[in-house]
Design a protein around this ligand. Structure first.
Ligand code: FMN
Length: 177
């Protein structure tokens, strides 16, 4: 199973479109989109009620996934708070589902950089969990509103080529385990 995590909750999110496109290019019928609409992390909440079921679901999905694709928007030069909150909750659950899991990072933004700094910040916070983080071809979708067609398909050839290379690399990485 391939798991996609969009760092934006927005209905029409470009990052959501991007993980769907990545899933199609990866070429699996078994693609799951994560739900990271978690409560804001609060240690009191955890102490009183334990780990929320929606968090446990994500932990189980990461554990079961052959690979995880994460697409983050850039919010004020970093990964989205929603995504950071999800990573924080997962880190409080038992075990570490990220260890040795192949992970590909990508981003779609309104700005011209395509989220380079957002990706750097995501790499920084996810690295300590020990995933097999893909390096090499970067997928940075700039001015995202102009890059998808009405069906949510990536219409820019250059970006599509980058995503195809990255997904081929991810498959190779998965094949090594
Ligand atoms: C709070 C906030 C901060 C933002 N900061 C940046 C930024 O630093 N760089 C950038 O390129 N776009 C920034 N944007 C614009 C987002 O890239 C744009 O809204 C993008 O489409 C969000 O992703 P989504 O389409 O998946 O929801 C910001 C948007 C919001 C709401």
């Amino acid at each position: 199973m391939l798991l996609g995590i969009s760092g934006s909750l927005r209905r029409d999110s470009h990052n959501r479109k991007l993980i769907r496109e990545a899933g199609r290019i990866y070429g699996t019928d078994d693609f799951i989109e994560a739900d990271i609409r978690f409560p804001l992390f609060d240690a009191d909440l955890q102490a009183e009620h334990g780990i929320p079921e929606v968090v446990k679901t994500l932990v189980a999905q990461i554990e079961a996934a052959e690979a995880v694709i994460i697409s983050t928007p850039e919010y004020n030069k970093a990964l989205s708070g929603v995504l950071k909150n999800a990573l924080d909750w997962v880190s409080r659950a038992e075990g570490n589902p990220w260890r040795d899991t192949p992970v590909a990072i990508m981003s779609a933004t309104a700005g011209r950089s395509g989220g380079e700094r957002a990706q750097n910040s995501l790499r920084l916070v996810i690295s300590p969990f020990g995933p097999k983080l893909l390096t090499g071809r970067e997928v940075l979708i700039a001015q995202a509103k102009d890059q998808f067609d009405a069906d949510g398909r990536l219409s820019n050839d250059r970006y599509r080529a980058a995503l195809e290379t990255q997904m081929a690399d991810l498959k190779k990485l998965v094949g090594q385990f």
